[in-house]
Design a protein around this ligand. Structure first.
Ligand SMILES: [Fe+2]
Ligand SMILES: [Fe+2]
Length: 161
């Protein structure tokens, strides 16, 4: 497994960042885990990678839903992007529930991980290209928001460990 690389990634992810930098770093870290999943044939590696992916995605979705999305909704007076993103999170969580803690038992399991990665890719693209782009023109304090999200993320990761 890639223990040292993962520990380094976790450390980097916990450094103080503005809200958008924090979320983008999470997106990148998860995308790398999905790429590692595609490369491995080992059932043990698959299991460990899926555990890591599910924890990372769940914590990420939670800090977005609790802190980031409400701030975006009010800063942009948004009635479209946040509701859509919330629906997409529900789809992601549904797939997580189907693979978390389950033995990687063949093609259906791999298919679920693949579809999860595609959902996430689509969702990330919309966040980064639409939501984050609009936010850059808003007066929202990204550093303050990022600090609150980092604190919440660290607390949730500590619970999950
Ligand atoms: Fe999201
Ligand atoms: Fe996100």
């Amino acid at each position: 497994m890639t223990t040292s690389k993962t520990a380094a990634a976790d450390k980097a992810m916990s450094a103080p960042k503005d809200a958008i930098a924090l979320l983008k770093a999470d997106h990148e870290a998860v995308s790398q885990l999905f790429a590692e999943y595609e490369r491995t044939r080992s059932v043990a590696n698959k299991k460990a990678l899926v555990a890591e992916i599910c924890t990372a995605l769940s914590v990420h979705a939670q800090i977005e839903e609790e802190i980031f999305y409400p701030a975006v909704k009010s800063a942009l007076k948004d009635k479209l992007l946040v509701p859509e993103a919330t629906v997409e999170h529900a789809g992601v969580k549904d797939l997580i529930a189907q693979i978390e803690g389950v033995e990687p038992d063949g093609e259906m399991y791999d298919a679920k991980v693949k579809v999860l990665s595609e959902y996430v890719k689509h969702h990330v693209k919309e966040e980064q290209n639409e939501m984050f782009a609009k936010l850059k023109a808003s007066s929202l304090d990204m550093v303050e928001l990022g600090a609150r999200m980092t604190a919440r993320k660290d607390a949730l990761l500590a619970q999950a460990a």
